[in-house]
Design a protein around this ligand. Sequence first.
Ligand code: PGA
Length: 266
Amino acid sequence: MRKFVIGGNWKMQIVKVDEAVSVAKEIATALEEIDMNGVDVFVAPSYHALFAVGQAIKGTKLKLAGQNMYFRDQGAFTGEISADSLLDCGCEYVLLGHSERRRIFGEDNAYINQKVKKALEKGLKPVLCIGETAKEKADGQTEAVNQKQLEESLADVSPEQMKNIVIAYEPVWAINNKFLNPDTEIKTATPDEADSIHKFIRKWLIDTFGNEIGNTIPIQYGGSMKDSNCEGLLSINDIDGGLIGGASLSAAKFKPIIEAATKLYQ
Ligand code: PGA
């Protein structure tokens, strides 16, 4: 059976260490009451809060993720963070290639591929984010864009290494981000839209890495997932969790999504 992974991507939303620690503790406390049943839950705070949050959630069911990392081990790389630093803070996962990194900070597939390979080498689990823009969708390019991102971001990754990867399909037009979507209304993918592209991604994974491995790689959906729409999305066969921005910023909003995931996974 495939693992379910629910991730909270805090982006640059929680800017104080104390606040990040307190939200993380609330989420960890909420998880105590839930039978996790094979569902992994992580939060990805800003770098400055990673160590404190890592300490605060040690020994709980809540896991920690970095929001990004650089592909070199150490050195004169101003403003970057290494895999070893993320591991030192207690991270198990790292988000790579999020559409905000791709679209606002200019990261391309080849660059993301170097990070994916470094994360795997270091024992961090990459959450590789892919997804098309509103324009690409309107131009009928959804499958082509996602396939290219998969092919190039996962170049030279072996089937064995894929056991430690999570794919996050996040249509850019569904991400609650006015910088990415200045002129379009932000919509969540309908279960039918999500079903179709998740099936496409699953097929690509199976064709590329073989039936056994391709079927065990979790594919998260991301983009305005919340309490009110998570059940419809999470009950789709090829959706194995969610990457959640806005609705992960408090235990009150995040807990119902985690509960829905653990219930549906049983
Ligand atoms: P959102 O963000 O849930 O706020 O739309 C999702 C993401 O960007 O990972």
